[in-house]
Structures are given as structure tokens and as C-alpha cells.
Design a protein around this ligand. Structure first.
Ligand code: SIN
Length: 510
């Protein structure tokens, strides 16, 4: 057996105890946060389809064994959420906000443990995981506050005996499927506005990362959020559970973060019941660097957006376009920055890049590299699996990207930076917009006129000039084209969970 290993973080000591030759058990400051059963109607219940092993992508070891729920479990959760909706939707927003605030406080109080659980199941560096807990908690806090400011209208009347008003009412039970890349924040971004608006929710987290979802439920329960308001069903039969969450007659709204391909299937499933939907789907973000940019700042921004979460975000830079006058300097500085990244287990000191989520993702990186090489790309750094083995892949820099390469048109979702050179502003914008996706786009320039022109012409839901990190609870996050429908975050994010009712009142004056 290996020895106990310890990690000092934020003044606290986290210990990892060996469980067996083949597995490690997470030891937490508060071990009761490690939940493995489904959370339905305020109860921890086993899954009807047995169990699932959750493994650490850094070493393949089993972190925990969770419930494996099925369609019947999901249907039970929907029924519980429908019962809970009857009273939760009628509690004044101000009182719901108090409970959500309690939840926010508990999430922050336990950030170290929640972060450790996330790193163990997802692989991202511990500091990034703990950062995500703060990011996710921000949505709970923001929407708790925002729910008190959702207002209907009084509309100027069309006749003296009438009064016209609109009300905003919670849509009902929300079905929700969340991804493994942000196991906490993508739940918070949906559950925060859902609960704040008076809706109840059934969440199916990614099979790879259920533990983060379950410990969020434990804290919601401790915060006093009533039974049935938030439910989590873990299960590896995503298709069957997904059908319940998109088609059950008591589901009023469905929300999903994931790939465009899966989003299209789920959207079709929602069509029969005409469910309200919001979808946050794939991206293919361009990062354009103009000759007049501050090159060092552009490198820092490009690194932040490309390599965050090992390149596994929908808003990670996918295509880097560099104007010819600075191409050599930018390439050489980017190469140096990539070489300085430290790859390793997310629990190890100073690690900036963890493993990919699973071996399928590693296989996909290899296939993208093979395709690019066969079409003439040059590899300046990396390009293959990392010597650490398991799910590790080398941070990579590819130049000579051409439109026929898969990594130009498909979402890379890994640590490969792919570059090409351009000459004019028009050419850069045309190439950047030449995609079916429209989530996030980045550009670097010190010319204020160009900042305005380029921001207006990029066909994306989010544009970032001279910055590489933008995610925040206070602003809308949503895609154009095939990158999605609706927005999460900001005032737009809570609007998705309300129906507008028009009340036409007659008989006011006889
Ligand atoms: C995502 O990749 O879907 C979310 C990224 C973010 O919230 O910044």
C-alpha cells in the first residue's frame, strides 16, 4: 500500500488515505460531504440500476462508487419536484433568497472540500477547482438577489373600463443535464435562477463527475431548502434519463450544457411537449491578434482562454489568427509560454494543466493531431500523449492551420493551440465568422476604432477585446447560431425561468 499523502491548501491540511492497492479514498475536512446516493425528495436513495465507479482521470483509481439511477428514478424525482413546486413557487422571493443565501454561504465555507472532490473526479488543478466553487456560488448569490427585482408591467390601457398588467410566474419543474467540465458551476448557473424564480429542479449530472453535484445537494439540504426542490439522479443510461427530463408531462422547462450534437437530439425530444428550453452548446472560438496589439498581454489572454481546464471549455480558444507583421514574435512567445506549463496531478503543487477527462478525449486529441499533420500542419510544441500516461496529453502548439483541418471547424476540447496568419482586418473577421458556431470570440488590438468595429462584426454571443477571461454571474452567457438558445447569468439568465402572464382586467368603470 502507498503512504498517506497530504496537501496543504489555504491553511488547511487535506489528507488522502489509501483504500486499497487499486483505489484511494478522499479524506475531507467534512467527510459527510462525500455522498454517493441519489438525492430525491430530500432523501438519499440507491439507484435502481446498481452502481457506478467514479475514477480519477489522473491515475485511473476509483474515487467513489455511486448510485446508478434509471428512468424510473428520474420519473420519481420529477414527481417529487412537481409536489415541491406547489409550495416553493408560492414562497415570497425574499424568503427563498434567504435560503439561497444560506446555500451560498455553505458552498463557500466548504470550498476546500468541494474543490478536492472536484479535482479527484474531474482532474483540474486544485486551485482551479476551488476557484470554480467561488464562481458557481456567485450564481446562487446573484440570483437570490435578482429574484427580488423581477417585475411585471402596468401597461397604458386601451379603454377606460380596463386595466392591463403582466405578471412573471415561475415556469414549473425544470429538467437539467450538466457536463463534466464544470461539475459545480454549470449546476449553479441553472439551479440558482431556477430555485430563485420559484421553480424546482431535477438534475442529471455527467456520469464522470456526480460527486460534485451530490455534495451541492447535501449543502442545499443543510441550508434549509425544502425536500423535492432540488433533486439529483446519477446514471449511466443518459439516453433514458434524458428522455424523462425532456418528455415527462410534469417537466415544463429543459436546460442543457453540452455538445451541439447532443443538444439537437434533446431539442427534438422537447418538441413534442413544446417544452421551454435553453441550450448552451459547443463553440469554436477565434482569437485574433492584430499588429497593433500589446503582444505580451495578448499572450497572457490567449493562454488563459486556451489552456483553462486543460482546454476543456466551450469558450476555449480554438483558432488563433495572428496578423503577419507580428506573427514571428507572437509565435515564439506563445511557444515559450506553452513550454512553461506544468502538467500533472491536480493535487500536486504548482500544476497548471491536469489530465483530460477520460481516454476517449485522449484518443480524440490524437485523431485531431493525425489529421492536422496529414494536411501540412507544423507542430512546434507537444503533439502527443504525455509521459505521465493515463489521461495526460502534452500542451501543444500547431501552426499552419488551414480550413480543411478538423481542428479548424470542430471544437478541439483539449490542450492544442492551433494558429494561422492573416493580412487584413476584413480577412480576419471573415475567417473568424466562417463557422456554424457562435459562442465566444476574442481579439487583441490597441486601436479603439478597431475595438468597436470588430466587436460589432463578430457573429458571437460573447466578444472579448483585450481579455481572455470573462465568465461572471452578472452578465449573460449564451451562444448564437448552433452554439445554443437563451442565456445563462445576468438578468437574462433568470428571465429564462419565468412565464409572462398578461392580465386584462375589465369592469373597472361602469
Ligand atoms: C462552458 O465551458 O460551458 C462554461 C465556461 C464558463 O462558464 O466559463
Amino acid at each position: 500500500m502507498s503512504a498517506i499523502s497530504y496537501l496543504q491548501y489555504g491553511g488547511k491540511l487535506l489528507a488522502f488515505l489509501p483504500l486499497s492497492e487499486s483505489g484511494t479514498m478522499l479524506k475531507l475536512n467534512d467527510p459527510s460531504l462525500l455522498k454517493t446516493k441519489n438525492f430525491i425528495d430530500g432523501q438519499w436513495v440507491p439507484g435502481s440500476a446498481g452502481t457506478i465507479d467514479v475514477t480519477n482521470p489522473a491515475n485511473g483509481e476509483v474515487v467513489a462508487t455511486t448510485a446508478n439511477g434509471d428512468a424510473a428514478d428520474a420519473a420519481r424525482a420529477v414527481e417529487a419536484a412537481a409536489r415541491a413546486f406547489k409550495h416553493w413557487s408560492r414562497i415570497p422571493a425574499k424568503q427563498r433568497a434567504v435560503l439561497l443565501r444560506n446555500w451560498f454561504n455553505l458552498l463557500l465555507e466548504h470550498a476546500d472540500d468541494l474543490g478536492a472532490i472536484m479535482t479527484a473526479e474531474q482532474g483540474k488543478p486544485l486551485a482551479e477547482s476551488i476557484g470554480e466553487i467561488g464562481y458557481g456560488a456567485g450564481f446562487i448569490e446573484y440570483f437570490a438577489e435578482e429574484s427580488k427585482r423581477v417585475m411585471g408591467d402596468t401597461i397604458p390601457t386601451i379603454a377606460n373600463d380596463r386595466r392591463l398588467q403582466t405578471y412573471k410566474q415561475p415556469v414549473g419543474v425544470v429538467g437539467c443535464i450538466t457536463p463534466w467540465n464544470f461539475p459545480n458551476a454549470m449546476i449553479a448557473r441553472k439551479a440558482g435562477p431556477a430555485l430563485a424564480s420559484g421553480c424546482t429542479i431535477v438534475i442529471k449530472p455527467a456520469t464522470e463527475t456526480p460527486l460534485s453535484a451530490l455534495c451541492m445537494c447535501e449543502l442545499a439540504d443543510r441550508a434549509g431548502i425544502p425536500k423535492g426542490v432540488i433533486n439529483v439522479v446519477v446514471g449511466d443510461n443518459s439516453q433514458e434519463i434524458g428522455k424523462v427530463l425532456t418528455q415527462h408531462k410534469k417537466i415544463s422547462k429543459f436546460t442543457f450544457t453540452g455538445s451541439t450534437a447532443v443538444g439537437k437530439i434533446l431539442m427534438k425530444q422537447c418538441a413534442d411537449g413544446v417544452k421551454k428550453i435553453s441550450l448552451e452548446l459547443g463553440g469554436n472560438a477565434p482569437f485574433i491578434v492584430f499588429d497593433d496589439a500589446d503582444i505580451d498581454a495578448a499572450i497572457a489572454d490567449c493562454m488563459a482562454t486556451k489552456f483553462r481546464n486543460c482546454g476543456q471549455t466551450c469558450v476555449c480558444t480554438n483558432r488563433i489568427y495572428v496578423q503577419s507583421g507580428i506573427a514571428d514574435e507572437f509565435t515564439s512567445k506563445l511557444k515559450t509560454a506553452i513550454e512553461a506549463l506544468k502538467v500533472g496531478d491536480g493535487f500536486a503543487d504548482d500544476v497548471t494543466i491536469g489530465p483530460l477527462v477520460n481516454m476517449t478525449a485522449v484518443g480524440e486529441m490524437k485523431a485531431l493531431m493525425k489529421d492536422a499533420k496529414s494536411k501540412g500542419a507544423e507542430i512546434l510544441v507537444g503533439g502527443k500523449t504525455h509521459e505521465l500516461g493515463h489521461c495526460f496529453f502534452e500542451p501543444t502548439l500547431v501552426t499552419g492551420l488551414t480550413p480543411d483541418m478538423r481542428m479548424a471547424s470542430e471544437e478541439i476540447f483539449g490542450p492544442i493551440a492551433a494558429m494561422q496568419v492573416f493580412e487584413t482586418e476584413d480577412e480576419a473577421i471573415e475567417r473568424a465568422n466562417d463557422t456554424e458556431f457562435g459562442l465566444a470570440a476574442y481579439f487583441a488590438t490597441r486601436d479603439i476604432g478597431r475595438v468597436m468595429r470588430v466587436a460589432e462584426r463578430l457573429e458571437y454571443g460573447i466578444v472579448c477585446s483585450n481579455s481572455g477571461v470573462f465568465s461572471t454571474e452578472v452578465a449573460p452567457f449564451g451562444g448564437w447560431k448552433q452554439s445554443g438558445l437563451g442565456s445563462e447569468g445576468g438578468k437574462e439568465g433568470i428571465a429564462e425561468f419565468f412565464e409572462t402572464k398578461f392580465h386584462s382586467m375589465g369592469g373597472i368603470e361602469s
